[in-house]
Design a protein around this ligand. Structure first.
Ligand code: PEP
Ligand code: MG
Length: 602
């Protein structure tokens, strides 16, 4: 081997699932189907092309059904992604368009497929929301399966891999990932994909290290090359030197010891040295993430971002589908609480059906509760599903993006109407559930005292509160250095909301990213927040940190913090008082949080 082949190469991607593995690379060849264009296909042969296409789709459908029915225990929660692929196979934008293209342009099926998919891809890729942009990959996965059936290229057999390897691929579809056998596949890396791709979500659930978005790994890495994958830092080392190997093996041992130790205490309550208990909850975006909240010791779900169930598909879910999903989550968590946030679409989470292209400023547009109040049918469908599911456990409902008092009254009115209608129908429901609002717009902070009269709890959404208070688009990379949770204005707002909650005797929660960072914890503790909700993987760290704190000390520090003029001053105070404790609790590890990275990336 020449020197260039064995020289150590460091690749940097996006750490999608934490953990470290070292092993041999196994290249999954998913590229290279050569598509030939045949045009001016004679009229009598066009029927043949259409039939070839229909047969390829039928075969793809049968393959997907087989994969779903044979999916392993770990993957079963993700079969909805494959079901989405089943729906996509017959979607008008894809299926009908391809038939139409074969007929009108008189071209072969492969070329029509390639053309239609590339058009659809550019439509999806131009969408502003990163989550939805990545849904372009669902179309590519579906098309890839049809194309392989058309060309007879054969599919990738990940299930058939019998040696211990690390998968290296340009991309892995959810169907490919579903075939991963944990006893053989140590981890995987891909050139495409981001933190919010389904592949990343699945990797986190399977709890195997994964790095995505590497761009060139399939060109650099060959079969059987030794590689190191660090799913926390996003590093991939090809041909590691002895020294690097020793470094990463040590890092892995440290990470494993850290997770094992931190998980041990995570099922006990988070109680400070002086006896103050805080509930530590999980944020979920998809129902299947509930398992991760439970396994990491979450005391409940503090934020169920229901909009993601509307995003990975082309048609909005109906009441019975929503009910089934909510009920699953509620039953897994029962008797612990599940806080279901009603649809918070648009803004940075646009959906094709709900999108208004003429909105110049979508973050200030028809999003969250504003959208729901304008679309009572969509809102009531969701409220009915929540009310019915609430009969199966401990549920709360929460409205997002509230900025006016009237919005609370209108939303509660719809809630009552939905409950009344269900009662008339004789349905099983529970309407005696707590109702709360997100505090994520500055106007809600200012009139929090008025709003408190109408609700059982507040949940502070710092992601948006910071965006709207500091006039910093959370999706703008040029201003990300100004996006600061420890800005004195933010801390003062938190204090104001906390004072109101105490005075009005309502519960106070926080579910923005600020809640999952141990560095912020002394302030949140001092504010007397009852529940902190975060990415499930951050739960053990935050619980451990709480056990090392004395609430009374943090209250004294908060008094000092409230006098500071800049974020840096506040950081310095925190660092002097608790910097060492944070490093000790974190044991030098990075906690990977999907929501955190989404916020950073977006
Ligand atoms: C927030 O704004 O802090 C929040 C939790 O909601 P989202 O991130 O979904 O906008
Ligand atoms: Mg928000």
């Amino acid at each position: 081997m020449s020197d260039t082949q064995t020289r150590e190469i460091i690749l940097q991607g996006i750490g999608a699932a934490p953990g470290i593995c070292v092993g041999k690379a196994y290249l999954v060849d998913k590229e290279g189907v050569n598509v030939v264009r045949r045009y001016a296909v004679p009229e009598d042969l066009l029927q043949n092309e259409k039939n070839r296409f229909r047969t390829a789709v039928k075969k793809a459908r049968e393959e997907l059904i087989k994969i779903i029915s044979e999916s392993s225990k770990e993957f079963q929660e993700h079969t909805n992604i494959l079901e989405t692929h089943l729906i996509l196979l017959k979607d008008k934008m894809l299926y009908d368009k391809i038939i139409e293209n074969i007929e009108q342009d008189k071209i072969n099926a492969e070329w029509a497929l390639k053309k239609v998919v590339s058009n659809l891809q550019s439509v999806f890729k131009n969408m502003s929301d990163p989550y939805f942009r990545e849904r372009a990959s669902d179309i590519v996965h579906v098309a890839d399966r049809i194309m392989r059936n058309l060309t007879g290229a054969g599919t990738v057999d990940i299930k058939g891999i019998t040696k211990r390897v690390i998968l290296v691929a340009a991309d892995l579809s959810p169907a490919d990932t579903s075939q991963i056998q944990l006893e053989n596949i140590m981890g995987f890396i891909t050139d495409r994909g981001g933190i919010t791709s389904h592949t990343g979500i699945i990797a986190r659930t399977l709890e195997i290290p994964a790095v995505l978005g590497l761009e060139h790994s399939t060109h650099v890495i060959r079969n059987d090359d030794i590689i190191v994958v660090d799913g926390s830092s996003g590093e991939v080392i090809v041909h590691p030197s002895e020294e690097t190997l020793v470094k990463f093996v040590k890092r892995r041992l440290k990470y494993e010891a850290f997770r094992a130790a931190i998980l041990k205490g995570s099922h006990f309550p988070a109680k400070t040295i002086d006896g103050v208990t805080v509930s530590i909850m999980g944020n979920i975006e998809l129902p299947e993430e509930v398992v991760s909240v439970r396994d990491n010791g979450g005391d409940g779900i503090g934020l169920y971002r229901t909009e993601f169930q509307y995003m990975s598909r082309l048609v909005f879910p109906n009441e019975s589908e929503l009910f089934d999903k909510y009920r699953d989550v509620i039953e897994v968590m029962s008797p612990k609480p599940v806080t279901i946030r009603t649809l918070d679409i648009n803004g940075d989470k646009a959906i094709s059906d709900s999108r208004h292209d003429d909105e110049e400023n979508p973050a200030l547009g028809l999003r969250g509760i504003r959208y729901c109040l304008k679309k009572p049918d969509i809102f009531k469908t969701q409220l009915r599903a929540i009310l019915r599911a609430a009969a199966f456990g401990n549920v709360r409902v929460m409205f997002p993006m509230i900025c006016c008092f009237g919005e609370i009254l209108a939303a509660k009115q719809m809630f009552r109407e939905a409950a009344g209608a269900l009662e008339k129908e004789g349905a099983r429901l529970n309407r005696e559930i707590e109702i709360g609002i997100m505090i994520e717009v500055p106007s809600a902070v200012v009139i929090a005292d008025l709003m408190a009269e109408e609700v059982d709890f507040f949940s502070i959404g710092t992601n948006d509160l910071i965006q709207y208070s500091l006039a910093i688009d959370r999706g703008n990379k040029y201003t990300s250095h100004l996006y600061h949770p420890l800005h004195p204005a933010i801390i003062r707002m938190l204090k104001q909301v906390s004072d109101v909650a105490k005075e009005k005797k309502i519960k106070l929660f926080m579910c923005g990213e600020m809640a999952g960072d141990p560095f912020n914890l002394p302030i949140l503790l001092a504010l007397g927040i009852d529940e902190l909700s975060m990415n499930p993987q951050s739960i053990p760290v935050i619980k451990r940190m709480i056990r090392s704190l004395k609430a009374a000390d943090t209250e004294m520090l908060l008094k000092e913090i409230l006098k500071q003029k800049t974020s840096s001053d506040i950081m310095e105070l925190l660092n002097n008082a608790y910097g060492d404790l944070v490093s000790e609790v974190m044991n030098g590890q990075m906690a990977v949080s999907s929501a955190n990275q989404r916020a950073i990336q977006s």
